[in-house]
Design a protein around this ligand. Structure first.
Ligand code: ARG
Length: 467
């Protein structure tokens, strides 16, 4: 059998053109979705009386056989048949004869490929939300175990104010929550059916698009046939959500890398998630977070790539749009690869509480509180800031920390100091003084963890409703 569209041609396609234009090398990943869409389409052709019912049954059985063969790896895809759609159709005709040629009635590859992409991404978005949810569970688990662990909090990567390690981890839970909500929201725009748009203008056959939508569990059908076949916004949107997820993962990765250095020594990643050096026997490298940090680049690249492919494209379908696939597949694989490691890596990470405590004891991150103490005694904040600046400078020159100063030393800087200052300066006091909604006080973080658990169960419910 020659080309399915060979009728108008007088020559064979140059084999380099076949190879250049083919997408079968990567779009075979859409085989399941392609056949799922075809089964719904042919069922509708039968229901609408466009193809006789017994032929519909033959085609459905044939599609099932082709699917089984693909799953068993028994079908050799051919570059001459260009893409997954024509490879499936060719195999269907080989399987059941010319009646297989009725499958494509009232349909074009343009609405077919768009449908496949919607079906594919809809599944992936749910999977990825589930994986982010697992990561949140690991983070919340570590937060629960570290409600009493204080670390220096940083701004400019300089020690700023002490915070609970749990509070720091819960910040990531909030970030990943936004990511999950973005995926959930995008689902509404992914779950729309393009099929029935034909090549661009609709079809002359009396098809029933809503029936197909119902069978494939799409919430809606595209309003406009041109838009249906040329819209790739849902992929751009996915790639941009994916970019934000990777940006979040790369920030967490960077902290994990820093914290595992000898200089910080705040955490130790489990041996199962680290690698060694081929030359330096002492090394234990945090390769996973490093690579996640690095792979963020390709995901951003995929987003820029597709935005650029689509820029200035006239309506409706253009072959350029075949370039929407590899970046999307690569992004899904990159995200899934990172997320499947991140949950267990966080859950098994060892937190070096004593080293964190040592870091907190050896810094000036309680300086704001001592200034606030003087403000409480009636000193204007600006003056208090100046007094404490001088006190800190004195400490640095003497090689001391604020809690090491004697009452006489404190009083050299202000007569307002009294004995209660030693309690004010304890890291626990400093942390628990930030007792505002969303602050780092232990009670507040305990509440934040409870709210986090509510979010977990809301996501679980959404996932159960979107399998
Ligand atoms: N392989 C094509 C793609 O991925 C399928 C649609 C082709 N349509 C066409 N009229 N050439 O975009």
């Amino acid at each position: 059998m020659g080309k399915l569209w060979g009728g108008r041609f007088t020559k064979q396609t140059n084999h380099l053109v076949d190879e250049y234009t083919a997408s079968i090398g990567f779009d075979q990943a859409l085989a399941e979705e392609d056949i799922q869409g075809s089964l719904a389409h042919v069922t509708m052709l039968g229901k609408c009386g466009i193809v006789p019912q017994e032929e519909v049954e033959t085609i459905k059985a044939g599609l099932q056989t082709v699917l089984d063969k693909i799953r068993r790896g028994e079908i050799e895809f051919s570059v001459a048949d260009e893409d997954i759609h024509m490879n499936v159709e060719k195999n269907l005709i080989a399987e059941i004869g010319p009646v297989g040629g009725k499958l494509h009635t009232g349909r074009s590859r343009n609405d077919q490929v768009a449908t496949d992409m919607h079906l594919y991404l809809r599944k992936r978005v749910v999977e990825l939300a589930g994986m982010l949810h697992e990561l949140q569970k690991s983070l919340i688990g570590q937060a629960r175990d570290n409600l009493d662990t204080i670390i220096p909090g940083y701004t400019h990567l300089q020690r700023a104010q002490p915070i609970l390690f749990a509070h720091h981890l819960m910040a990531y839970v909030s970030m990943f929550q936004r990511d999950i909500e973005r995926l959930m929201d995008s689902y509404k725009r992914i779950n729309v059916l393009p099929l029935g748009a034909g090549a661009l203008a609709g079809t002359t056959f009396p098809i029933d698009r809503h029936f197909v939508a119902e069978q494939l569990q799409f919430d809606r059908v595209y309003e406009n046939s041109l838009d249906a076949v040329s819209d790739r916004d849902f992929i751009v949107e996915f790639l941009s959500h994916a970019s934000i997820i990777m940006m979040h993962l790369s920030r967490l990765s960077e902290e994990l890398v820093l914290w595992s250095s000898t200089e910080f020594n705040f955490i130790e990643l489990d041996d199962a998630f680290c690698t060694g050096s081929s030359i330096m026997p002492q090394k234990k490298n945090p390769d996973v977070p490093e690579l996640v940090r690095g792979k963020t680049g390709r995901v951003y690249g995929n987003l820029m790539g597709l935005l650029t492919v689509l820029k200035s494209l006239p309506l409706a379908y253009n072959k350029d749009m075949q370039e929407d696939k590899e970046g999307m597949f690569d992004t899904v694989a990159t995200l899934e690869g990172a997320l499947q490691l991140f949950g267990p890596m966080i859950a098994t990470m060892k937190v070096n509480k004593s080293r964190m405590r040592e870091a907190v004891n050896q810094d000036f991150s309680n300086a704001t509180d001592i200034a606030d103490f003087l403000v409480g005694k009636g000193l204007p904040f600006r003056q208090a800031h100046e007094v404490i600046g001088k006190t800190v400078l004195y400490c640095i020159q003497q090689g001391k920390y604020l809690l090491d100063l004697t009452m006489e030393e404190f009083q050299q800087f202000s007569p307002l100091f009294d004995d209660t200052i030693y309690e004010v300066l304890r890291p626990e006091t400093v942390v628990n003084a930030r007792n505002v909604y969303g602050g780092t006080a232990t009670d507040q973080v305990a509440e934040a963890i409870k709210r986090g658990e509510v979010l977990l169960s809301m996501t679980e419910q959404w996932l159960a409703e979107h399998v």
